[in-house]
Write a protein of this length. Structure first.
Length: 240
């Protein structure tokens, strides 16, 4: 589907919609993809959340030219905390909020780069946020002030994010934000993915250097926590 984010957003913003089976309305979830863009793995993450009973929308932040042309500017935006990608994420949230099939309660779920967007937007109109192997904003305390409840997962074997889980836990505790932060020993970056990601020639390097690989055991536990946390804050109950 295509969204119109308006001024400051990406014209013709593409998005992936996931609709649960059965009658609505349902709570909504904006999924923010990782740095490799909208691939089959990310599409399956959308389908997973839809099967859990959420109306899901994943905006393609690389609509304007693919990862090769958009990745650097998108990464700069998430560090700065503003810019076109944030307008696009807000467009997805606003679309869900106005959709007849949505209850109006909306969460944000992000992976890798998308996890960074989930942290920054946790104080921007969402009811719950899930950040997975996300780099913290430069001034995390300021960015997370007034944030909605946050559930976050990190891999203990992720060389790029050593100490990030502990730092996030500390910041959220100081701010009084309800949270569930966990680091999984032995898991690397991207452990919630159910398959390899990135350009095929680079996959061995990503696995060796970034420890980027699925971890079904850690993923099962993390998904259980995410689904329970989202159910509590978007439905007011526990996950089925």
């Amino acid at each position: 589907m295509v969204l119109d984010p308006g001024p400051g957003g990406t014209p013709g913003l593409r998005a992936v919609l996931g609709t649960p089976a059965g009658p609505g309305p349902w709570p909504g979830v904006v999924v923010v993809h990782e740095a490799f863009g909208v691939d089959d793995v990310m599409r399956r993450q959308v389908a997973r959340m839809a099967s859990a009973g959420y109306l899901v929308l994943m905006p393609d932040l690389f609509t304007a030219g693919g990862a090769r042309r958009c990745l650097v500017s998108t990464m700069r935006a998430v560090v700065a905390g503003h810019g076109r990608p944030f307008t696009d994420v807000e467009a997805a949230r606003a679309w869900l909020a106005s959709a007849p099939g949505c209850t109006g309660r909306i969460g944000v779920l992000g992976f890798c780069m998308g996890g960074g967007f989930a942290l920054v937007t946790a104080s921007r109109g969402f009811d719950v946020a899930s950040a997975n192997y996300a780099r913290l904003p430069p001034d995390a305390e300021a960015a997370l002030a007034g944030a909605c409840p946050v559930v976050a997962s990190y891999g203990g074997d992720d060389p790029a994010l050593k100490g990030a889980a502990a730092e996030l836990e500390s910041v959220l505790t100081r701010l009084g934000v309800e949270h569930d932060v966990r680091e999984y020993p032995g898991a690397g970056h991207g452990f919630l993915n159910d398959g390899p990601v990135g350009p095929r020639p680079l996959r061995p390097l990503l696995r060796r250097v970034a420890r980027m690989a699925p971890d079904p055991v850690a993923a099962a536990d993390a998904w259980g926590r995410i689904e329970a946390f989202f159910a509590a804050h978007l439905r007011g109950g526990s996950a089925a």
